[in-house]
Design a protein around this ligand. Structure first.
Ligand code: CP
Length: 333
């Protein structure tokens, strides 16, 4: 495996192989599998889980990591092309990224959507530009439109819980959030659940539709796996018989890059905060999933986060296990 950028690049059989490896490494640790190997971590956007889980994954297999992020004591980083660098930034990303990559055997890169230009973000322009600067294997640690490590962990979490693939009902729901968040998690999640063969419903208020191109791609994945993908703004309809509600917050593509307009547009949507009444007609053991971080009292109530439906801690731990599998595949001889 030379890069891990998108679950859609892999077959369902390959994903199941990675998940089996993740389980094996959990049950039968291989503390020397990656001895002498180095993972370079470039975080151009903030993180708790991704940062800690990649470091833990490498340590558990005998390898090492180093982290570079703009808020460390590094020279200011410039990313614009053709710029005269007479301002604060002393180093261009065009030198910084290949230098960082050259110290490791694989590089993980995180660069969230800039949320300025929708087409740039939908085409993952910045991430593609960054990876074009390296000649080592690379891992997408969340780009403008992809979060494959999260999706792999979420797939494992559902397998661990015995949530059915074919015939399992999966709801991806929008939740209100004070900030217009990127599309990477919802777009990756709907594709993951579709690939897993689930009956997927995207529940969102009007105006928060996911981009057509990604919905079409998810529908094709669902068709190949025996699942389906639907979309609605009707909460009761969406939740009927649901076995999983996966909650995420994302920006409206109608107001992309314009926070003031979006704030006004979603003024009446504060009730999109997941709470027990949402589960009235769901399966009795319907689970609550979220990639974290999640704002309590805004995105989800305390009683859901702290209650038996929530599997968010297992999801987060699975990040480490599936990343161990990915790194093992990339780096072990
Ligand atoms: N879920 C996730 O990627 O968490 P972090 O942003 O904390 O890495």
């Amino acid at each position: 495996m030379n890069c891990f950028n998108d679950l859609a690049d892999f077959s369902v059989a390959k994903i199941e192989e990675l998940l089996a490896l993740a389980r094996r490494l959990d049950e039968n640790p291989e503390p020397r599998a990656l001895e002498g190997k180095v993972l370079s971590l470039l975080f151009l956007s903030p993180s708790l889980r991704t940062l800690a889980s990649f470091q833990a994954a490498m340590v558990r297999m005998g390898g090492g990591t180093f982290v570079i992020s703009p808020n460390m004591s590094i020279h200011g980083l410039e990313s614009r092309s053709g710029i005269v660098m007479d301002g604060a930034a002393a180093e261009h990303i065009r030198e910084a990224v290949p230098v960082i990559a050259s110290y490791g055997d694989v590089i993980g890169i995180r660069a969230f959507a800039k949320r300025e230009n929708l087409d740039d973000d939908l085409s993952d322009r910045e991430f593609r530009e960054l990876t074009s600067l390296v000649d080592t294997p690379y891992i997408n640690m969340e780009s403008a439109i992809k979060h494959p490590c999260q999706s792999l962990a979420d797939w494992k979490t559902m397998n661990d819980l015995g949530i059915p693939d074919n015939g399992g009902k999966f709801v991806l729901s929008w939740a209100w959030h004070p900030r217009p968040l990127p599309l990477a998690v919802p777009v990756s999640t709907v594709h993951m659940a579709a690939m897993r063969g689930m009956d997927v419903t995207v529940l969102r208020p009007d105006g928060f539709e996911l981009p057509d191109a990604f919905m079409d791609k998810a529908r094709q994945a669902a068709a190949a796996s025996g699942g389906s993908v639907a979309e609605t703004s009707d909460r009761s309809d969406a939740m009927e018989g649901a076995q999983v509600i996966y909650v995420s917050s994302w920006a409206s593509t109608h107001h992309y890059g314009n926070k003031r307009d979006e704030d006004e547009f979603k003024l009446e949507l504060r009730d999109w905060c997941i709470d027990e009444p949402w589960f009235a007609n769901a399966a009795s053991d319907c689970r609550f999933m979220h990639c974290l971080p999640a704002r309590r009292g805004v995105v989800v109530t305390d009683r859901i986060m702290d209650g038996p439906r929530s599997v968010v801690i297992a999801e987060a731990r699975n990040r480490m296990l599936v990343q161990m599998a990915v790194l093992h595949q990339m780096l072990s001889s």
